[in-house]
Design a protein around this ligand. Sequence first.
Ligand code: MG
Length: 372
Amino acid sequence: MKISAIELREIHLPLRAPFRTNHGTIGDRRLLIVELQSEDKITGWGECSALAWPGYLPETIDGSLLALQKWLIPKMLEIEFQHPAEVAAILDNHVRGWEFAKAALQSAAWDLAAKAAAKSLAEFIGGQRKNVDVGLVLGLQDSPQKLLEKARAGIAAGYRRIKIKIKPGHDLEYLQALRQEFGDDFDLAADANSAYWLDHFEHLQKLDAFNLNFLEQPFGWQDHISHAKLQKLITTPVCLDESLRSLDDCRTMFALNSGRVINLKPGRVGGIKATLDIHNFCRKNKLPLWCGGMLESGIGRAVNIALASLPGFSLPGDLTPPDRYLQSDIIATPWHMDAQGQIAVPHDRPGIGVQIDRDSLEKVTLTTWRFR
Ligand code: MG
């Protein structure tokens, strides 16, 4: 398979409401969209979901843009591949890092190859589930009452799990309010985005009282040691997100017991190939995993939904349909979550299974770059 042309776009999608976490507030979503065209005129789509500022991880949209233009797209236009799994190693050769940028090109290559094989991406990668479970993520709220309002709406809509963002002084009272109102029977989790420090061990032990599915990334993104120390002190499983940028990081987590659950985002680990490797590692070692979200457009979310259909993705994913958080999307048929909190995997549609709405895409495009 050979790529004959690549179009790269920067798009700008306003959110319905700002999303607040420990690493900052997102008001509008800047994303990069890549469109690959093969020599036999098949089109593949991919999305770069890095954030606009380096609060989550060092890679940003501007950095990804540079990496794509300068190193990755020229390489992609040179190569020939039999299977899209080969693309990861080629892009990694002489270019370290830039996982989100690599994931965008890789996803597009997988979409293209699945379409060439007349298969859905889910089927192409071995996904079996017909439906995937969806969890809701609620950003930091101004008061427990505000959080309860949002949680009530989420539970009424059918979401399978509620995960809230927490930080010091913004945790016990909020979790307490949720358990008090909804009881112990619903799935609840907390994500700290590295908000805690080494003097918080005792405080974090109090979170065991809330019977959380997991406590996500309380400490720094490079700090396996503190996570391992905490995991020894608490019964709540620690889940890592920012700390896991490769299969090697997941192996480190497993060896050190710095976490017992994995939040997997294909952009964060460099794309579909690494996601499949990590998925297989988790199955072999009986580690629960689930698919995280980066406030993607309908294109990025399509990849996540296909991945979540794999058998090892055993917990609900942050897979909220994008039209619930974006004012407008760039796909013709929006993703739909049913009243049971599930999204149907489009096994009957080729590739990522979405039709691009070209008019909407044009409207939200800031700049387009064409290669070849
Ligand atoms: Mg997280």
